[in-house]
Design a protein around this ligand. Sequence first.
Ligand code: PMV
Length: 338
Amino acid sequence: MVRRAAEAGYEAAPNIALVKYWGVRDEALGLPYNSSLSVTLDKLRTRTRVRFDPALPGDQFVLNGAPQSGGPAHSVTEFLDEVRAIARIETPAFVRSENNFQTASGLASSASGFAALAGAASLAAGLKLPPAALSRLARLGSGSACRSLFGGFVEWRAGSRPDGRDCFARPLHPASHWPSLVDLVAIIADAPTKPVRSAVAMQRTVATSPEYARRLREVPARIRAMKRAVSVRDAPALFDLTMVECDSFRLVCETTDPPLDYLVPASRAVLAAVRSTNTEAGATIAGYTHDAGAHVHVFTTRRYARSLRRRLASVAGVEKVLALSPGPGGHPIRVVGR
Ligand code: PMV
């Protein structure tokens, strides 16, 4: 039992998967069928403070200044239970979290959110977890969160052990490895909120998509090729692989029964604009990807970023285009005041 209030803070950023995680072989432990690869982004971030306090009547979760109940509060309590089990405490916690971007907007707030919560809660509980253990912990909140603890280019190895001990993310290259890489995020106006949680949707794909088995066979070679492209900073190879992977992800979603269609006409127009840009350039100067949402991430290099940003911003239905770069991993932050 924590007898006195113990508080800690942690900051983490969203990541965008270049090779997607979609489907788990163990739902309780969140063990994926395939490994995945991502880039942690700069500028966007979640800041979370956790205080274990024996005087509290129960867990409390305040998100962007608003006290939460129902689903979000329940997920936080479930996650805190994991931390309490490791730390062998039963103390309730006060959690205050702030995103500097729109929550649940398809910008991976669950990845940065659970990475920040894992960092803050484990520190506040007096645990000094090594990176792999912290990544395993974050995975229990949201799969993609295990990658957001690290900066730059990150690989989440699926592992093969039934207990998940070999299932965690590790950094491949820091953000400084490829500073000229730009992620233009086309924010789609009035993007619909997800009708089904990703954790549920992906299991429908596993159970019903006739394309899923082929995808699983293809992914390991794609990861190897992508790691090679990233290590030598081969932009055209990376962009081609990113689009092939995104199309494979979209295909298994669209062939799920009932179909999962995350895009809206404006998102599809962004994909078309990227294809035309490459055709006109006579080379692959940009590559698109998207997650389970309508916004589209377009990777390019600094040389082409300004003109491509203008082109994407002019697509009907695009509200704005963020220009992001590879960013730092999660880290503790100082907590001041209550
Ligand atoms: O981390 P979750 O459970 O929200 O699922 C994320 C799934 C994708 O974003 C579509 C892919 C990924 O690897 O991030």
